[in-house]
Design a protein around this ligand. Sequence first.
Ligand SMILES: Cc1cc2nc3c(=O)[nH]c(=O)nc-3n(C[C@H](O)[C@H](O)[C@H](O)COP(=O)(O)OP(=O)(O)OC[C@H]3O[C@@H](n4cnc5c(N)ncnc54)[C@H](O)[C@@H]3O)c2cc1C
Length: 417
Amino acid sequence: MPASITPLRVVIAGGGIGALEALMALHDLGGQQLDLTVVAPNGDFVLRPMSVAVPFSVGHETRIPLTEICARFGATLRHAAVASVDVVDHVVACSDGAQLEYDRLILATGAAARPAYHAALTFDDADPTALNGLLADIDEGYCRSVAVVIPPSGSWALPAYELALLIAHEAHSSSNEEIAIHVVTPETEPLAIFGTTASRAVAELLERTGITVHNSAYAAIERPGEILLAPGDARLSVQRIVALPVIVGRPVPGIAADDHGFVPVDDHGRVVGVDDVYVVGDGADYPVKQGGLATQQADAAARDIAAGAGAPVVAEPFRPVLRGLLLTGGEPQFMRHDVAAGTEEGTTSVDRLWWPPSKVVGHYLAPFLSRELAVVAPLKAPDEPEGITVDVALSPDRDARPLALEPLGPLPRHGRW
Ligand SMILES: Cc1cc2nc3c(=O)[nH]c(=O)nc-3n(C[C@H](O)[C@H](O)[C@H](O)COP(=O)(O)OP(=O)(O)OC[C@H]3O[C@@H](n4cnc5c(N)ncnc54)[C@H](O)[C@@H]3O)c2cc1C
């Protein structure tokens, strides 16, 4: 870098999935042309999707200190929340009183989860052990019927099916064979968003497991144990109800949001009508809130910023590809759907459809977590390894550029990935 070039100051707000993917992408693509600062109130990055596995002991909480990640990817870390943004003067006000000037700002501050029903137990990824009482009752045989409810608006539905399948697995392991398990969902088919092939496979798996699905059903719960299914007047009575929360936006003051609190952005994550501010992840107005999509949005924003800073990168729009890994209690189910291609089909398999086989697929984040923490899906080891063994001569500069060795490879500097 010529000495006369001043690095572009990029502030990333957030310490979750979108923020860290953005950080890693900017570090790789923008290099010394960027001066990176992360502002986050949380001390550790926590992989939220693994929370479902925790109460069932099929996985454990995954956390890594943000100080380590920021040091590794060349960013200054500020332990604070962004309190407001002055988009005219390009200044971020932090909860600790600091005022940070930025040239580009990425907001990856996520969304808020709110209970949808007061008469049900809300699954909260911040405290998954709240399920322990229910699981103890299932183990003891006191609980003979459970419903898992997806509320009518704005929830990532996949954890509901994981909960139902893992509850069934738990019940069968403790010989509570008679238990009745229901899923109530507004979806037309289970996980229809992954396309017809995956949805059909999940429906068959649920049926084989003895789980009853109530599709196209909008649940109202006024009393514990009683669910009114609309449209119509059917009622479902169960001993226990577990519901997913609803997701609502929590925009940072100074950034305009829609009626639900989500920030309108373009295909590069740029906030509509505001210069130099990007929103990625659950806080943006894309209707599907999912970690893998958050990383793809973060990559699109990072490319746009790096290209603008003069790095040899071509900006590419967000082109959503959904990848989901369903924990089942047995072999996990991989599902992939190229949403942008507009096909109905999608793909599903119990064989790995991507590598590393992580729950959140991010071009940078997944290889990083797999390498650092061995965070991959709890897969059974294959009986016989397939293929042949080869020796590979590694380049001597591999430690200087570890991402170059990842199976997915670095993001191409030009063209699509
Ligand atoms: C139970 C469960 C299971 C899931 N399963 C999957 C799955 O299998 N696969 C998948 O891809 N996705 C899954 N998801 C969805 C995924 O976790 C989210 O879509 C993803 O975390 C969104 O990323 P984000 O960066 O937008 O927000 P988050 O990951 O929530 O991160 C937001 C960050 O912003 C910080 N923050 C908040 N306010 C401020 C502020 N004012 N200033 C600075 N920082 C702030 C927070 O501390 C946090 O670090 C699951 C979610 C849940 C709850």
